[in-house]
Write a protein that binds this ligand. Structure first.
Ligand SMILES: [Zn+2]
Length: 462
């Protein structure tokens, strides 16, 4: 479905792709924005309408992905589904690099000067004001920014939000929780969700190498071999690793993997990764896992809930248990972030009519460049000459989504994708299917979407 605005850019509702195309062909409409697709119908005025449809936005928060679904209040139709990918982890990495480089620089250049910041390191008291860490704030602000953007184009009057959280205390100390909780119905659900957050949606055996996107709750020591359902015996694995491991204990599987002769190069790489990860699991228990993400998730829910209350005035807060019930009993959809969002809150027994044809708008937070004046080497020393402060060259900027025609050379042809600017004038383009092409100086660029810190693509979900 395509978002439609009237001639004063006021929201009217949605039209089908076919109708939008017809309107454009008869010159009654024009494109206002490509991602999400918004058209202006130039001979329409919303004040002439007797009833304008209103919509409900449903948000499933998360520390890596946020699912968003928009449904029509009157017709119970799903008109739009989005998936937002955050960059919290990326920010943590960048800040750590910066901090290390600064510390190094200070030690080299001004070792005897008293420290300048009141962060407690020089005997001063740290600031009492509680600030949100930039990594988490970025995630919360992404959601709010996207919701506000959508609200400009769509008449959204209601909001549903999943505001439950994990009990990290219970998860961390299974001993204190007792038998009752261990075997409670909630436990299975909470544990699965917790594993997803804890292990960052990544298979613990292959680290995502098997390219299997189905993730499962995996018993490290299989149940058939006396393994328990407790958190200590649980990890996250993809379906193919789980199947490959079968009813073997980690030690047995490791032995089997080491004896295996790979069929092809890719197979060999996968086996090698599994061996490395297994050895690390056997020696210290974890590969990627961290409680950080579960904690992030808890902080984020509060932050986003508060902001949504300010935007909509009233928010329907729901629980994870209800989402699961709705998804499995009423909607029968896969466990994807946008479907999860759809299942939030109270929904009618008949479910929804899907008008999206399975197309999901994937939005990825990319950042808006950096402020670094030069490149630093591994020791934190600036090596290159100063970088250019300008972001725009010939009206183009890194992050613009462009349609480019390359007239000659190795990459001759037309492409659509995200632009990466080069001062020389031959810019790089990352196409939708991930290919990197380099344009020549004579390439013709047509901007489809100006850079706004996000990368967008429409894709059909399986
Ligand atoms: Zn795997």
């Amino acid at each position: 479905m395509v978002i439609a605005l009237d001639k004063h850019k006021k929201p009217i509702g949605f039209v089908t792709e076919k109708r939008a195309r017809q309107l454009m062909e008869s010159h009654r409409a024009c494109i206002y924005r490509t991602y999400p697709t918004v058209i202006i119908i130039m001979d329409r005025d919303v004040r002439e309408f007797t009833n304008v449809p209103t919509y409900r936005i449903k948000i499933d928060p998360g520390s890596k992905y946020t699912g968003i679904a928009i449904v029509c209040n009157e017709t119970n139709e799903v008109v739009m589904m989005l998936q937002l990918e955050h960059r919290g982890e990326n920010i943590v990495e960048l800040l750590q690099t910066r901090s290390a480089a600064r510390k190094n620089r200070r030690n080299r250049e001004t070792p005897y000067r008293r420290s300048k910041w009141a962060n407690g390191s020089n005997g001063s008291r740290p600031s009492k004001e509680r600030k949100m860490p930039p990594s988490i704030k970025s995630i919360g602000d992404n959601v709010i920014r996207i919701v506000e953007k959508l609200k400009r184009f769509i008449r959204i009057t209601e909001c549903s939000f999943e505001s439950t959280r994990f009990d990290t205390q219970l998860m961390d100390n299974p001993d204190i929780s007792g038998e009752e909780y261990q075997h409670g119905t909630l436990f299975g659900y909470e544990l699965r969700e917790y594993l997803m957050e804890y292990y960052r949606h990544t298979c613990q055996y292959c680290g995502g190498k098997s390219e299997d996107s189905v993730l499962e709750w995996e018993h490290i020591i299989p149940k058939s071999r006396g393994g328990s359902d407790s958190v200590r015996n649980a990890t996250l694995s993809c379906c193919s690793c789980n199947r490959d491991k079968g009813a073997l204990t980690p030690n047995e599987w490791l032995k089997q993997l080491k004896e295996k002769t790979p069929g092809c190069k890719k197979d060999g790489e996968l086996t090698q990764t599994r061996i490395t990860h297994l050895e690390s699991i056997l020696s210290n228990g974890k590969v990627y896992g961290s409680n950080r993400y579960a904690a992030w998730s808890n902080i984020l829910r509060k932050y986003e809930e508060k902001a949504l209350f300010e935007i909509f005035g009233n928010v329907e807060c729901s629980t994870g248990g209800r989402t699961k019930y709705n998804r499995e009993m009423i909607l029968h959809t896969s466990k994807d972030h946008h479907y999860d969002a759809l299942a939030i809150g109270s929904i009618s027994e008949s479910g929804f009519t899907d008008r999206t044809k399975g197309y999901v708008l994937y939005i990825k937070a990319m950042g808006r460049g950096n402020r670094m004046r030069g490149h630093i080497n591994q020791c934190g020393i600036i090596t290159d000459k100063w970088t250019d402060r300008r972001k725009r060259f010939n009206g183009l900027q890194t992050g613009d989504i462009v349609h480019v025609t390359i007239p000659s050379g190795k990459y001759e042809g037309t492409y659509t994708g995200r632009l990466m600017i080069r001062k020389s004038g031959s810019h790089d383009i990352r196409t939708l299917d991930g290919k990197l092409v380099t344009g020549t100086k004579k390439s013709i660029y047509k901007i489809m979407q100006h850079a706004d810190g996000y990368n967008y693509k429409y894709e059909k979900a399986e």
